[in-house]
Design a protein around this ligand. Structure first.
Ligand code: ADP
Ligand code: MG
Length: 607
């Protein structure tokens, strides 16, 4: 076939393949147009998953009658006019492609009226056939109706999922856009039934909770920080509202929802150690920055963007979210569920509030509980210190100032609280809020991890030379791992090198692990094997480092079943107070649970 110019229709259909992949992408483009037209109310009607009909009516600025034919022409837009405009796009659209693409794969009617006009105008377009514009009736604003999407593109129709599945995608897109535009009211109607009704709101928090559910109100922290000219704000969920999928995670750039792997990674990094790796944080983040610092023109649907300085943004997100989480008290409290129907069983159910409901409750207070607890060591632990000490004194004073206030029974903990090891696995003690139950391994692991992290950030880990190098049997995986990890090993206090075709020698080992009597050969063998099989992200040095420290902490920590000496117990509790984020172990399991004094009082009928 000789080379020939494609017809405009074919050009548009090809473009449509990128811009309007499915009904939800049509909805997205049309909503964006309404937003760019400064609409306050949007009504979105969908029939049969959008394949039958998509209609979006807005009360925005409208399109003048003489401009209607241009609106559906490709590369025609009112949003940019010079190449420099492309450096600072602040509207949702700018490519002038959406309406042209949609009309190439559907029958489209646009009915619009500008505020200055006394009547509306309507134009109907399908492929290269066009009718109008002609005068018609209608309110100020624009109503676009898309009939029979992909009706003449059977190849495309074949790729559609079921109608309910397409509808779910539409609903998700509407919610996503609505979260960043609280001042616009949205109504979504599917097959004649209203499925979403979002009133105009004065702030983003209200709108986000409208969409995500008000029950999250107490579990979402407010975030707002500015660094290097980038403002990061939004809502950040407590670790306990992390989800198995990333659907409750949304990142917006200058109001536009984006998918950016680097920023999702930054978010995950901020929650590192607070949630299990298989779960995803709940967070709605808005990034605002000078539009000239981003290139939005890299993806036809504009959901991917390119940042002039992506490292900066990664760190803004990671540090911003991290600081927000650190300023919150993340020790999960144990909600006590009353068991009125079981008066004689003597057992009460505990569950972690917000984390699990009754399902995974553990029973406490059972009679045959700890046959060892009487003999296990108990000791006086470090009492409250610093701020907590002051707080405790203040409370004490308050209590003593109220004469005969028998019903107000909130004595502060004694300065020398005792701690008790239970079943060689848990440690029970008190703090100013109530009873505290600690998982000894999880807490120690967290403490070790923070210690290692702190040391490694100020230089290589202290290491101990082996008198005689320890030699381990090595396979291909070990050698591969050694090669990949070698740039990191000095920082980790490890000196390891090949010493034969099937052996590797260990010349030096971190002192801290040595003190904790970690088996040298087994540890190094595990480490190299894991690195060799891709289990450690060696390309990102900082992350790889954390991963190895994680392993070290786990190996060095006391285990469940280890009897703690009085001193070890005291040390552990003291460290708990010193270490940030000690409420969760590096793997994301909680290290500590708390049963508040109020709950105890309620359980015992004192309230
Ligand atoms: P773009 O949004 O990239 O400019 P579109 O093809 O989506 O391209 O729209 C073309 C033009 O039609 C827009 O630039 C705008 O002027 C006009 N337009 C489209 N939808 C609306 C609307 N709902 N209200 C007002 N004007 C609109
Ligand atoms: Mg547009």
């Amino acid at each position: 076939m000789p080379i020939q110019r494609l017809s405009p229709l074919l050009v548009n259909q090809i473009a449509a393949g990128e811009v309007v992949e499915r009904p939800a992408s049509v909805v997205k483009e049309l909503i964006e147009n309404a937003i760019d037209a400064d609409a306050n109310h949007l009504r979105i009607e969908i029939d049969r998953g959008g394949l039958e009909r998509i209609q979006i009516a807005d009360d925005g600025s409208g399109i003048a009658e003489e401009e209607l034919p241009l609106a559906v022409e490709s590369h025609a837009t009112s949003k940019i006019s010079t190449p420099t405009d492309l450096d600072g796009v602040s509207t949702m659209g700018f490519r002038g492609e959406a309406l042209a693409s949609i009309t190439s794969v559907a029958r489209v009617e646009i009915r619009s009226r500008t505020p200055g006009s006394d009547h509306a105008s309507v134009i109907e377009v399908e492929g290269d056939r066009q009718e109008g514009p002609r005068p018609a009736s209608g309110p100020v604003g624009t109503m676009v109706t898309v009939h029979q999407l992909f009706g003449h593109v059977p190849a495309r129709r074949k790729f559609m999922k079921s109608e309910p599945a397409e509808m779910r995608r539409i609903s998700r897109i509407v919610q996503r856009i609505a979260m960043s535009h609280p001042d616009i009211a949205f109504t979504l109607v599917s097959n004649g039934r209203t499925t979403l009704e979002l009133p105009q709101r004065s702030n983003a928090r209200m709108r986000i909770l409208d969409v995500m559910g008000n029950e999250l109100d107490s579990q979402m922290l407010d975030l707002d920080t500015t660094r290097d000219g980038v403002r990061l704000w939004g809502l950040v969920g407590l670790p306990e509202v992390a989800r198995p999928t990333s659907q409750h995670q949304q990142i917006y750039l200058n109001g536009r929802p984006i998918n950016d792997r680097s920023l999702s990674h930054a978010l995950r990094e901020a929650y590192r150690g607070l949630i299990e790796p298989s779960r995803h944080p709940t967070a709605i983040l808005f990034i605002q920055m000078d539009p000239s610092r981003v290139d939005v023109n890299v993806h036809p649907a504009k959901t991917e963007v390119r940042f002039r300085d992506d490292r900066l943004l990664h760190s803004v997100v990671r540090r911003g979210v991290l600081e927000c989480l650190e300023s919150a008290d993340l020790t999960p409290s144990i909600g006590v569920m009353p068991t009125p129907d079981l008066p004689s069983s003597g057992s009460r159910l505990f569950g972690v509030a917000g984390r699990h409901s009754g399902g995974s409750a553990v029973s406490g207070g059972g009679s045959g509980a700890s046959h060892r607890s009487a003999t296990s060591s108990s000791s006086s632990a470090a009492g409250p210190r610093g701020f907590e000490m002051e707080e405790a004194r203040r409370l004490e004073q308050e209590v003593s100032e109220i004469p005969q206030a028998a019903s107000i029974s909130m004595p502060s903990p004694s300065p020398r609280s005792t701690a008790l090891q239970v079943h060689k696995t848990f440690v029970v003690t008190e703090d100013e809020h109530g009873l505290v139950i600690i998982d000894q391994h999880a807490l120690h692991e967290r403490v070790m991890f923070e210690k290692l992290l702190e040391r490694v950030s100020s230089g290589p880990l202290a290491s101990q030379q082996m008198l005689v190098p320890e030699i381990i049997d090595a396979g291909d995986g070990h050698f591969e791992g050694l090669e990949q990890l070698s740039p990191l090993l000095p920082r980790l206090g490890l000196d390891v090198s090949p010493s034969g075709p099937r052996s590797i020698s260990i010349h030096a080992f971190p002192s801290l692990l040595m003190e904790r009597r970690v088996a040298v050969g087994a540890f190094v063998s595990d480490l190299l094997e894991r690195a060799g099989s891709g289990g450690i992200p060696v390309r990102d040095h900082e992350e790889a480092l954390r991963e190895v420290l994680d392993m070290m902490a786990c190996k060095a920590a006391v285990k469940a079943g280890d009897q703690l000496t009085a001193q070890e117990l005291a040390d552990l509790l003291e460290m708990r107070e010193l270490v940030e984020r000690s409420s969760n172990c590096p793997h994301g399991r909680p290290t500590t649970l708390r049963l508040s004094i109020e709950d105890l009082e309620r359980q015992f009928g004192r309230r």
